[in-house]
Design a binder for this molecule. Structure first.
Ligand SMILES: NC(=O)c1ccc[n+]([C@@H]2O[C@H](COP(=O)([O-])OP(=O)(O)OC[C@H]3O[C@@H](n4cnc5c(N)ncnc54)[C@H](OP(=O)(O)O)[C@@H]3O)[C@@H](O)[C@H]2O)c1
Length: 323
């Protein structure tokens, strides 16, 4: 099979297109013919050398959609449409930047959908992350106000769509005036330009503070996000778009206001049930959940897709179509 393999960290050109043996699935694993895969920041971090636990060379790719070729333990029928994600895919074992991938059955989700691969390919990891952030991380309730920090990211835009569908009021952010319309068209009730200090702006709109904050920029804005929330409200850190993994100094008694709750979400495939994933995919298929997708690339364009990630040009989830 053809696969893009990373031997050394580097720029978008660091991937090498190689002929590799098609993985034979072990018992309990499923061999998938990859039809499409979404691109993820975690793969980008691995490419630039920021994922020390990923041993190279490695075929990256933490998710895919496609069809079952073989499931030796009989969990799934040959030809079944599936999504696969996480569980070490593209990190501990070779992932989806390939024509075929072999994945533990627990991380494979059967899908009933006629959506084209370039659309369904955008969904698995994104739906799982947004669902997990909203429900496992933030525990949202209808009628609450949610601030999404890093709102133009694909995770930010999908969470916005899901939160609106769940009856929340959403304030979303970008650093750029040029992207305000993107957020308004995606359904944001309010758009705020993020200069790193949102506390006073948010308090002007919501004097008591918002109910929930989804923090996608990470440690560079986290302390400020804690100042945006009402007592009893929750800040959930799911992303690290700011690129800083650690806080230079953290004084919990001073930085976390009384009664405010701080948590994180870095969950996996087990945070979304097969039923919930199918429910979201069906909502997308019926036009009841709008996911803003970014550019679609062909398999040979993978380095160009990574370059677009370098330059923040996606404005939605990017997908590579393999077949
Ligand atoms: N926890 C999990 O399970 C999980 C799963 C998937 C993804 N994630 C994380 O979620 C985050 C979003 O991922 P994504 O793939 O949706 O991202 P993405 O679509 O590539 O995000 C692009 C956006 O990020 C913003 N951005 C880029 N650099 C920034 C910086 N230095 N400071 C502030 N904003 C910056 C830009 O927004 P503006 O130009 O509009 O400001 C840009 O539009 C990432 O950190 C990713 O690692 C977490």
């Amino acid at each position: 099979m053809k696969a893009w393999r990373l031997h050394e960290p580097g720029g978008p050109g660091a991937f090498v297109l190689e002929d590799l043996p098609t993985p034979g699935p072990e018992p309990g694993w499923v061999l998938i013919k990859v039809a499409a895969f979404g691109l993820n920041r975690s793969e980008w971090f691995t490419r630039i050398g920021e994922s020390p636990t990923v041993k190279l060379p490695r075929v990256l790719g933490i998710e895919c959609v496609g069809t079952v070729v073989r499931a030796p333990s009989g969990e799934l029928e040959e030809g079944q449409r599936v999504a696969a994600m996480m569980g070490g895919m593209g990190r501990e074992f070779d992932g989806s930047y390939a024509e075929y991938t072999s994945v533990p059955a627990a991380n494979v989700f059967p899908l009933e959908t006629e959506l084209p691969w370039d659309v369904v390919g955008a969904l698995p990891e994104m739906l799982q992350t947004c669902h997990g952030s909203l429900h496992t991380g933030l525990g949202v309730e209808p009628g609450e106000t949610l601030l999404i920090r890093g709102g133009t990211s694909s995770i930010g835009l999908t969470t916005l769509a899901m939160a609106k569908a769940a009856g929340l009021r959403v304030i979303s952010t970008s650093r750029s005036d040029a992207k305000v319309d993107v957020l308004r068209k995606a359904g944001a009730d309010e758009v705020v330009i993020d200069d790193g200090k949102l506390g006073p702006t948010i308090r002007h709109d919501c004097p008591a503070g918002v109910d929930r904050v989804l923090e996608l920029i990470g440690t560079t804005t986290l302390l400020d996000s804690l100042q945006c929330v009402r007592p009893g409200g929750v800040v959930c850190m799911t992303g690290i778009l700011g690129g800083e993994w650690e806080l230079a100094s953290f004084r919990p008694m001073g930085h976390i206001p009384t009664g405010v709750r701080l948590t994180s979400y870095s969950g996996g495939a087990s945070d979304i049930s097969r039923e919930d994933l199918q429910r979201y995919v069906s909502l997308v298929e019926r036009g009841e959940l709008t996911i803003r997708t970014g550019p679609v690339w062909s398999f040979d364009q993978l380095p160009l897709a990574h370059q677009a990630m370098d330059e923040n040009r996606a404005n939605g989830k990017m997908v590579v179509v393999v077949e």
